[in-house]
Design a protein around this ligand. Sequence first.
Ligand SMILES: *Cc1c(COP(=O)(O)O)cnc(C)c1O
Length: 377
Amino acid sequence: MIPFNRTHISENELDYLTEAVRGGFTCGDGPFTREAGGLLREMTGAGHVLLTTSCTHALEMSAILLGIEPGDEVIMPSFTFMSAANAFALRGAVPVFVDCRPDTLNLDERLLEAAVTDRTRAVVVVHYAGVACEMEAIGKLCERYDLALVEDNAHGLGGFYRDLPLGSFGSLATQSFHATKNVQCGEGGALLLNDAGLVARAEIIREKGTDRSQFFRGLVDKYRWVDIGSSYLPSDVLAAQLTAQLESFGTIQARRHAVWRRYHDELASWSAANGVARPTIPEGCAHPAHLYYLLLPDLANRQALIAHLSTRGVQAAFHYQSLHAAPAGVRYGRVAPGGCPVTEEVADRLIRLPLFADLAEADVDRVIDAVRAYVVS
Ligand SMILES: *Cc1c(COP(=O)(O)O)cnc(C)c1O
């Protein structure tokens, strides 16, 4: 079976892991945490980077940092992972779900203004598949209504919108290093801070609400509980794995782009003949080959293609199900005016193909042949 995903072991990974364990500094904020944070700063242009235990936790930190309170509203796409909604619902806020664009599957910026009320505090965007949202229009709207902008950049590390890296638009942006992401350490994440005014409090929130970071820098003579927070700081052992992965980013990306490109080119005529849509990459967007998807005409064909690929030894997957219609989405959230008809349709029609750095050319051949052998009915 060709798996949907397999983790890549980068050149220095096992050496760095050994070094971290032997070095004895296995808790957070050690030498590898600094190393990985520095590499991420270079890659994203972020003013400040804090490694976290997950992207979910970086989103939770964002909700605390923005001072979100019960009854506040936070606009986000319905077509995304539930972590953004959870992070704000945990503060008592109401996630307001907006539909996605039918081309990029990103939050539809044309629907944003109608979702704003006098309780709206923030907008969370997700660059689906690492293809940038329409950041110019979204940035302008956030400015006009004085809304904070958060980028859930879990898919977007290495992606660009015009000349700017994804993760550099929001006052806060979050990364994931979960095993399924381009660069991974099993479970991990980062909070990118592009607003220097948020850094000191972010360090406190990440350290159980204490001023421990300042204590270690010699800025205070004892550390105390000064704010709310939690344990969002990852072990330096995970940071060691992540450092090696980040150093291999070029190698990982070259391979992922090669697979993505082959799918896109070699499935073009099959897609056209079968009424299947391939990803749209707008002018000015450079994506990091995070995932390759196809949009089948309907749910029955999507399910049939997953089953067909499985019998041919290829593991494929569907993706996000509408958050606005999920049990917790109904309970804690609200859907923006006009509903989310595109999200509902795309959730049924989308299939993702295996895409990982170590996918062999012969296996890419097998995936492509298997897809081409399916006839849409
Ligand atoms: C993977 C993912 C997350 C969650 O990441 P964790 O690091 O597992 O918490 C959040 N948002 C999006 C868009 C993701 O793809």
